[in-house]
Each structure stands twice: as structure tokens, then as C-alpha cells.
Write a new protein. Structure first.
Lengths: 482, 224
């Protein structure tokens, strides 16, 4: 896979080539995420599966860490990919960017191997430093944390220096430069140890929430703006005005929306009101982004028809399908599924149930996976110098099966969560016995079975996606040369 | 948008300035609230705890590690409208009363072990984590420890420590906890960590936990 995507059509653009390197590793980690997710899903149905060999905790740790890391890879790749277009200059230090890539990839490999082979350590500081930090999503040991910070700083320096060199500072780049600084800085909030579990969770959420419900969302807004300009020729003034409105609404709701994680972790009651109000506003910008993408698409298509042009204006069919899916998925997964359980009156019962898992699956997929896959398709189009890239049967199977599979998993987990809320939380009042009574109810068990089936569907879709990515460029490169 | 006749609503610089102001304002509010919250959730001292117990008042939201020397409950508070942790009379923990220094060291070992053994990728703590195994927020108070007769040990803390060291042997479901190589000392630390966590004021989460307790008392049904 590492050599199959040719880079000879980049016309000497090293930044885009570097972006492709990040995309390839992102896809490998995406595959790992799905495989370990399947293991964890099977363990819900057959608890003996790989028991004391690769326990649920290990499978789940690799599942969620591969997710976060592949998305960070794809995000870095996207920035390196779009920067030459947005700044009009070559990225200042490609050599450093490549070095950072290899250092990061080596570190990720070691961390994953330690997760799988060593798994846990004794209750000492050195376990936290060398093996596993044991904090959901931030399991990477401390040495790797420091390495990640150094790599991200070199990346940020590259972005910032290139931005400063640019003659025209586009809105997309302005947003990215500001957003990436916040994104990188927030990681520091998750890098200390405390005996106080409430304090631990307080700062843990600073990283998790302010990433996925604030800075990552703004990042997606900037990517969507770039992609709309590139794929359907949307007008920059309109797209960038929308982008600033999105930043306003995303940060305006998302920053204080952090309060919805502070209902039950020991923090004061005032977070009930603050968290409820601001997190309830979080879907608003997602509706706006959804309307914006579809409106611009329709408007540009209409304008093309009015000019007497026939056919689609899309310069990249597969990328556009993933970006439209992003508009839907972000609104559904982050917006609707998030709002379901964001109010404290509901959350007192749903907190820590499969409801959260349902929301997590659709939101990470809808808001992030979709648009990042779209960016990869733009990378392939560019790598092969294809003017108009059309979706193949494999692209369609990839997008359909993955979307269907993830939606299926989400619905199954929602049913499991609903059952868990009613039986475990409302009827039996939580606790050990209540938990297992709910876990063994037939509807819960069936829901877990459907989740596993839909996980397999998602994985088949992923195989189509990778197959398409490996072949679509070569197949269509020749056609445009005619 | 050089054209001055264009409405302010379609002006990029207007939206950019608004975005900066709104973001800045939200961030400042968050930082201000964080100062207050961090103050409220800082761990109390043994002196705070003794004073609160003597005056029969609520302790700090996160009490001192020496809370392991007291009987902890979780009872309905009529004024607040939900259950809150209660701190009762003194009780021995692993057969002794722990000094401030020793209790802090034990909690430190327990918290470190909870991370090194990656509890959070099966269980939830304060409701956060994975959903494969029961929530641990009030695990110390769970009536099932009594139901299992503390796995043949004399006290609840020894029973939980035994379970943590021999989880698969003691499990009664097909979904079992794996053996994580927890030592006797680490197990003690983990029990202290669980007992301390059960004393944190979580604004009534998990709700209706006493239903579980009552159900146990009435012999496994919800009959009132």
C-alpha cells in the first residue's frame, strides 16, 4: 500500500506528497480501529473470546486510540495537502515535516505494540510513564505524550511559518492557524497525574470535549470550506463568511458546552444550567453547516445549468459524497444523538450507558471520519492529476456500506442504551446486580448481536474503500489524458 | 468585501470580529468558572473532615483520604432532592485507623494502580469510561459484596481485595474480570480508592442507588 499511490503527478509539490504519507498511515490505523472494534463487539456476545489473552479493555483501548490517532494523522495530512493551495507558497520545511512523520509513526508503532503485548503494569509511576496512562482516550504513556507534543509543535511551526510567508492570508488559513494552536495547547491539560479522581476527570474533559466538540469541529468547518471551493467551485467570499459564522457558533456553544460533562463528577451544581444551555445550542452550527453545504452545492449546480453547462459540476465525485455525508452525519451524530442525552434531567439516567457509545460511534464517524476520507480522495485525485474524478462501483459500495454499517451500529447501541436506562438505572437503581440484570435481558443481547453484525458490514465497506483508493487513481488517470 | 454598500450581515470582517469576541468571552467565562470549580473539588484535609463529622455537616465535595476511616453511606437529602454521601462513625479499615499520611499514600497507590491496570477501559468511574463492566462510582457501597459473603473474608475491604486478586474465581457471570496481576498491597490501595470515590458528592449520580440496596434487603425483588 505504501508504494501503490504514485506521487509522480504532484508536479513537484512536496507538501502534498507529505500529506499523502500521513493519509496512508491514517488508513492503516483506521483498519486497526475497525478490527479491534470487532474484537470488542464479539466479546460482548462471547465473553470468553480471547479472555486473558486480549481482554476487552485492551481491544477497546486499541480501538479508541487508533481512532484518535488516525484522525490526527488525516488532519495533519489534510493541512499539508491544502496549504500550498491556500498560501500560494511551498511549505517552508518539508524535511522537518518528514522527520516528524517518521518519529511519530515509530512512536505510534511502539505504543500500540506495548498496548497489545504488555497491556498493564504494576501500580507505579513508571507504568504511567512507560506502559499505559489508563485514562480513556489518553492511554498513551507519558513518554509518548511528550513525543506527540514535540511532533505537533514542529508541525505547527511549519504551518505558522508557511502562513506568515503567504502574500494573501485566506480565511481558511486564518481559522486553521488559530484553531490548531488551541488544539495543540489543550493536549497539555491531559498530561499530569492526580490522586483526586474528580480533578482528574475535570481536566481530562478539557482535552476530550474541547477537542471533539470545539476545536475539531472548527477544523472540519475549515476543511469543508476548502473542499467546497475546490470541488464545486463555490465562491470563496461566501464560503469564508459562513466559516466565520460557524466559528462563532461552534466556539460560542462548544466552549461552555463543556459543562455537560460536569454534571456528576464532583463538580458544583451550577454546571447543570450552564452545561444544559450551551450544549443544547451545540447542534445549531451543525444545522448551519448542513444547510450551507447543500445550499452551495445546489446553487453552483444551478448556476452551471443557467450558463448552459450540462452534467455535474463536481470535480471529485467520491470526495463530494463523503463531504455531503459529513454534513448529514455531523448533524445527526453530534447534533441529534448528542442532544438526546445532554440535559441533566435525562443524563442522570443515561450517563455511562450504551447511549454514550451510540452517540460516540455516529458522531466520530459523521463529524470526522467522513470529511477526512473525502480529503484523502482529493489527495488521490491530485496525485494522479485527474481533472474530474468520478465515483466507481467500489467507491459507492465503500460509502454506502460504511454509512449503513455505522448507522446500524448506532441504532443497535441506542436500543441497548434505552433498555439499559430503563432496567438498570430507572427500575433497579444502578449497582452491580442492576448492571448485569440489564446486560442479560434478551433485547440488550439482541442489540449487541446487531451491533456486531453491523460492525462486520462496516468492515466490508472499509475493504471496498481501501480497494477503491488503491485503484481509482490508476484507472482514471489514463482517461483524462485522452 | 471592499464594497461599502454591502450589508453588515454579509461582511466577512464583521463575522470575523464577532467570532473572536464570542470565543474570547466564552473562554474567559470558562477559565473563571474553572477557578471556582477547581477550588470546590480540591481534596479536603483531615481537619476539614473531622470538623464536618463533629458538626454533622456536609464535608467538602471531595473529602480527605482519611475518609477511609469512617463509615460511608449514600442517603436521600430532602433539601437537595437526591442522594448524597454521608459520613458516619469511625470504622476500622483493614483492621486499623489510618493516619493522614498513610491514608494519602494508600490512596495514591490505589489511583496509580487504577490507571496502570486500565480499569477505565471496561468500567466507568464517575460514569466515564467503558460500558463493559459495572460503574465503580459507588462500588464500595454495593450490597452485592455482602451477598457474596465477602468471598469468605472477614470484612468488606478484605473481601473486595480478595476479589481483585482472584477475579475470575469469584465471578458468577460468563462475563468475568480478567486476572490483572494485582498484588495484595495494590488491592488494598484500590479498595481505598473505591471507598474514597464513594464519598465524593456527585450531585446524586447514580440516581436511586438505594433502590439496589433495598432490593437486596427485601431478598432480590422490588417489593415494598
Amino acid at each position: 500500500m505504501l508504494t501503490s499511490i504514485k506521487t509522480n503527478h504532484f508536479e513537484g509539490n512536496k507538501s502534498k506528497e507529505l500529506g499523502m504519507m500521513y493519509f496512508r498511515v491514517a488508513m492503516i490505523l483506521f483498519g486497526a480501529q475497525l478490527l479491534f472494534g470487532l474484537v470488542a463487539a464479539f466479546q460482548f456476545i462471547f465473553p470468553g473470546f480471547l479472555f486473558e489473552v486480549l481482554d476487552f479493555s485492551v481491544a477497546r483501548m486499541v480501538h479508541i486510540n487508533a481512532l484518535v490517532v488516525w484522525m490526527l494523522y488525516a488532519m495533519i495530512g489534510s493541512v499539508y495537502f491544502l496549504m500550498p493551495d491556500e498560501t500560494g507558497v511551498e511549505t517552508v520545511n518539508i524535511g522537518l515535516g518528514k522527520l516528524a512523520f517518521w518519529v511519530l509513526t515509530a512512536a505510534v508503532t511502539v505504543v500500540v505494540l506495548v498496548f497489545i503485548l504488555v497491556q498493564v503494569g504494576p501500580g507505579t509511576e513508571s507504568s504511567i510513564w512507560l506502559i499505559n496512562e489508563g485514562r480513556e482516550y489518553l492511554e498513551a504513556p507519558r513518554w509518548a505524550d511528550i513525543g506527540i507534543v514535540v511532533v505537533v509543535l514542529t508541525f505547527y511551526w511549519n504551518v505558522f511559518a508557511t502562513f506568515m510567508k503567504a502574500k494573501v492570508k485566506t480565511g481558511v488559513m486564518q481559522v486553521l492557524v488559530a484553531d490548531l494552536m488551541a488544539l495543540a495547547g489543550l493536549y497539555l491539560a491531559g498530561m499530569f497525574f492526580t490522586d483526586n479522581i474528580s480533578m482528574d476527570q475535570y481536566w481530562w474533559w478539557w482535552v476530550i470535549h474541547l477537542w471533539v466538540e470545539a476545536t475539531w469541529e472548527v477544523f472540519v468547518g475549515a476543511l469543508a470550506a476548502y473542499a467546497l471551493i475546490k470541488i464545486i467551485g463555490a465562491k470563496r467570499e461566501i464560503v469564508e463568511m459562513w466559516l466565520w459564522i460557524e466559528v462563532l457558533m461552534l466556539f460560542g456553544s462548544g466552549i461552555l458546552g463543556l459543562g455537560h460533562h460536569y454534571f456528576w463528577i464532583g463538580t458544583p451544581e451550577y454546571w447543570w444550567e450552564i452545561g444544559a444551555l450551551f450544549s443544547a445550542l451545540e447542534p445549531v452550527p451543525l444545522v448551519a453547516m448542513f444547510v450551507h453545504v447543500l445550499y452551495d452545492w445546489g446553487k453552483e449546480q444551478g448556476a452551471a445549468h443557467a450558463r448552459g453547462e450540462t452534467g455535474s459540476i463536481m470535480k471529485n465525485g467520491p470526495a463530494m459524497s463523503w463531504i455531503v455525508l459529513n454534513a448529514f452525519g455531523n448533524f445527526l451524530g453530534a447534533g441529534i444523538w448528542g442532544f438526546f442525552h445532554t440535559l441533566p434531567q435525562v443524563n442522570i439516567y443515561t450517563h455511562g450507558t450504551q447511549f454514550t457509545a451510540a452517540h460516540g460511534h455516529l458522531a466520530f464517524f459523521g463529524a470526522y471520519a467522513t470529511i477526512l476520507v473525502g480529503m484523502m480522495y482529493m489527495g488521490i485525485q491530485n496525485a494522479y492529476g485527474i481533472k474530474i474524478m468520478k465515483a466507481t462501483f467500489k467507491s459507492k459500495m465503500g460509502v454506502f456500506l460504511i454509512a449503513f454499517g455505522v448507522m446500524g451500529m448506532t441504532i443497535a447501541l441506542t436500543i441497548a442504551g434505552y433498555e439499559q436506562v430503563l432496567i438498570e438505572r430507572a427500575e433497579l437503581g444502578a449497582g452491580w446486580n442492576a448492571f448485569f440484570t440489564a446486560q442479560n435481558m434478551p433485547w440488550y443481547v439482541q442489540a449487541q448481536l446487531w451491533r456486531a453484525i453491523m460492525g462486520v458490514v462496516t468492515f466490508v465497506g472499509f475493504i471496498y474503500l481501501v480497494w477503491d483508493m488503491l485503484t481509482i487513481g490508476k484507472a482514471q488517470a489514463g482517461q483524462t489524458e485522452n | 468585501m471592499a464594497n461599502k454598500n454591502v450589508s453588515v450581515w454579509s461582511s466577512i470582517s464583521f463575522w470575523r470580529r464577532s467570532a473572536a469576541w464570542v470565543t474570547g468571552f466564552a473562554a474567559i467565562l470558562l477559565v473563571w468558572l474553572t477557578f471556582d470549580s477547581v477550588g470546590q473539588i480540591s481534596m479536603g484535609t483531615d481537619a476539614d473532615l473531622q470538623k464536618a463529622v463533629a458538626e454533622k455537616k456536609e464535608t467538602r465535595r471531595v473529602p480527605a483520604p482519611t475518609v477511609i476511616n469512617y463509615k460511608i453511606g449514600y442517603a436521600m437529602d430532602a433539601k437537595r432532592g437526591h442522594e448524597v454521601p454521608t459520613i458516619g462513625e469511625k470504622e476500622l479499615f483493614f483492621g486499623k485507623e489510618w493516619s493522614e499520611k498513610d491514608a494519602a499514600a494508600l490512596l495514591h497507590l490505589g489511583k496509580l494502580t487504577s490507571q496502570a491496570k486500565n480499569c477505565m477501559d471496561c468500567h466507568t468511574l464517575l460514569g466515564n469510561g467503558a460500558y463493559y463492566a459495572p460503574d465503580l462510582t459507588k462500588a464500595w457501597l454495593d450490597p452485592n459484596w455482602e451477598k457474596f459473603m465477602y468471598f469468605g473474608q472477614k470484612t468488606k475491604e478484605e473481601g473486595i481485595a480478595y476479589f481483585l486478586q482472584h477475579p475470575a474465581k469469584s465471578g458468577v457471570h460468563t462475563r468475568k474480570m480478567p486476572n490483572l496481576g494485582i498484588t495484595a498491597e495494590e488491592a488494598k490501595g484500590l479498595v481505598a480508592f473505591l471507598k474514597h470515590m464513594s464519598s465524593i458528592d456527585t450531585n446524586g449520580f447514580p440516581r436511586n442507588f438505594s433502590k439496589t440496596v433495598n432490593q437486596f434487603k427485601t431478598g432480590g425483588s422490588n417489593a415494598h
